[in-house]
Design a protein around this ligand. Structure first.
Ligand code: ADP
Length: 402
């Protein structure tokens, strides 16, 4: 079966085409600047050179058509015709409380995703444009939606409720949902396989730290708690997001600085985190570089970032009454030995013994970076959210065919 995985944003659309027999990526790519002049399509076939094409792509339907043109092109295409695509899987950021797993797209499912627009106004409408565009271009092809929130739907109410008037939960579904669920699910499963132990037998903390960052406490193979909340702003310090702050700061600053709601939102989402503290960049590479060159603000940003991560790991160890495995993933987690070392060296009392040499070795594979004596296994596991979306799509569409 061939599955096309799509991640549709408001002005971009990323894609990967999988052959599910051996889980090979046949091609991947992205369309950028949809709706603007000179949109760019970058197409990367597995065994051929990358192709870049600049043209006018005014909407998502045209973007999907261009993707199909690319993957079926006689020179740099990877399949003969569109009819070889058996299913399409979409990444959807918010599944609210309705979606506890991946599902086939039906009229009812689309309606539910629309009802969730309020909870993810920047993401869900764009995903919906992706779904309707695929419908328009490939009406016969079954589509599956995979939600960032679904994995965390197993959280107990002690984890997901906020201590605020309960009417807010009843009326507006104000609660913690958590995000990056596909990644936490993928890396926890992969980590258990790597260790050759049943996932259900392990108490795990997974740290997905990229531009956005979250950690999850995984107990009995299920999400027990996670650091992002009703929106992806809660929790860890991130590239440009503040993470946890005293909520009273918001009305206070709005009043003092005469900020509008949008300005307050933008301050916490786009102008905070590493960027605000370092004054240099939201990118961990640049911050680490500046820190090594002696920049004090960069060091402060790095120290705050790793300190806050350590606090969450400690909290989750307490929440689960123990921890067996610590997993690092995503851009920073997979590529920054400095961050991993600073985090692990500060929580040795838990039973973590980092192998500093192994920690410095670069690899694209899952690997252990703790010593054989370390009670807690520390792993780096490259995430692959697209593969999990492709797998779920494959499973659901196969069931449909039986
Ligand atoms: P996103 O959350 O957008 O998916 P990624 O998971 O790709 O982001 O993570 C992007 C971040 O990873 C960058 O901002 C950068 O800080 C970090 N990163 C990538 N490579 C390195 C590296 N070699 N060292 C430190 N940080 C890195």
């Amino acid at each position: 079966m061939k599955v096309l995985v799509i991640n549709a944003g408001s002005s971009s659309l990323k894609y990967q085409l999988y052959e599910m027999l051996n889980e090979n990526v046949l091609a991947s790519g992205r369309v950028e600047r949809i709706g603007m002049d000179s949109s760019i399509v970058t197409h990367e076939p597995a065994d051929k050179p990358e192709v870049r094409d600049v043209s006018e792509i005014l909407d998502h339907v045209t973007a999907v058509k261009r993707v199909i043109d690319m993957i079926t092109h006689k020179e740099y295409g990877v399949i003969g015709s569109m009819s070889e695509i058996d299913a399409v899987g979409h990444r959807i950021v918010h599944g609210g409380e309705v979606f506890k797993g991946s599902v086939l797209v039906t009229q009812e499912v689309k309606l539910e995703i629309r009802r969730l627009f309020d909870l993810a106004p920047l993401h869900n409408p764009a995903h919906m444009m992706g779904i309707t565009a695929v419908e328009a271009v490939m009406p016969e092809v079954p589509q599956v939606v995979v939600f960032d929130t679904a994995f965390h739907q197993t959280m107990p109410n002690t984890s997901y409720l906020y201590p605020v008037p309960t009417v807010l939960y009843r009326r507006h579904k104000i609660r913690r949902y958590g995000f990056h669920g596909t990644s936490h699910a993928y890396v926890s499963d992969k980590a258990a396989r790597y260790l050759n132990k049943p996932l259900q037998s392990l108490k795990m903390v997974t740290c997905h730290i990229g531009n956005g960052a979250s950690c999850a406490a995984i107990l009995d193979g299920k999400s027990f708690d996670t650091s992002m909340g009703m929106t992806p702003l809660e929790g860890l310090m991130m590239g440009t997001r503040s993470g946890d702050i005293d909520p009273a700061i918001v009305p206070f600053v709005m009043n003092k600085e005469e900020l509008t709601l949008n300005e307050a939102n933008s301050m916490l989402n786009k102008h905070s985190g590493m960027l605000a503290i370092s004054g240099i960049s939201s990118d961990m590479r640049e911050v680490t570089e500046a820190m090594h060159e002696g920049d004090k603000n960069a060091k402060l940003a790095f120290d705050m970032y790793t300190y806050r991560l350590r606090k969450y790991i400690g909290a989750y160890a307490a929440a689960m009454n123990g921890i067996d495995v610590l997993v690092f993933t995503a851009g920073v987690g997979e590529n920054s030995p400095d961050v991993r070392e600073a985090v692990c060296e500060g929580i040795t009392f838990l039973g973590i013994e980092l192998d500093k040499e192994k920690n410095r070795i670069r690899s694209k594979e899952a690997r252990e970076i703790s010593t054989p004596n370390s009670r807690i296994k520390v792993l780096v596991v490259p995430t692959n959210e697209e593969l999990l979306i492709a797998r779920d799509t494959n499973t659901i569409v196969k069931e449909l065919q039986n």
